[in-house]
Design a protein around this ligand. Sequence first.
Ligand SMILES: [Fe+2]
Ligand SMILES: [Fe+2]
Length: 135
Amino acid sequence: MAVLTWNHACVVGVRAMDNQHALLMDAANDLRLAWMRGSGHKKVGELMRLLMELARMHFRNEEQLMEQAGFPGLAAHCGEHQRLLRRFEEAARHAETGENVPLHAQLCAVSNALLAHFEGMDRDYGPWMNARGLD
Ligand SMILES: [Fe+2]
Ligand SMILES: [Fe+2]
């Protein structure tokens, strides 16, 4: 797993969302650290589930914001959030149960998918929000 570092490519331009993204990156990095230190499945599973719950709260906030602002890409964006949450759920379950799956690869994939979402789809709504006085 790579460390997720804050950089200009993931700035959305809506302060509340950027702050929540930073918290999620911290949670993903905590998960990475636990893995690197050889923490057990229980601990890794807990941190994966924490990341998932934080993401769920953030997605809900973001969807409310997009809805309030009448953002046209809302439905597609919600669909992507749901896909990400399903992947998180699967990774958390695998970590908790210690199932014989390539967990490290799965954690990497989840972490990378989250960052790619911030840098991709999330940045798409920034200008729309900014144009409506949300920043
Ligand atoms: Fe999003
Ligand atoms: Fe987001």
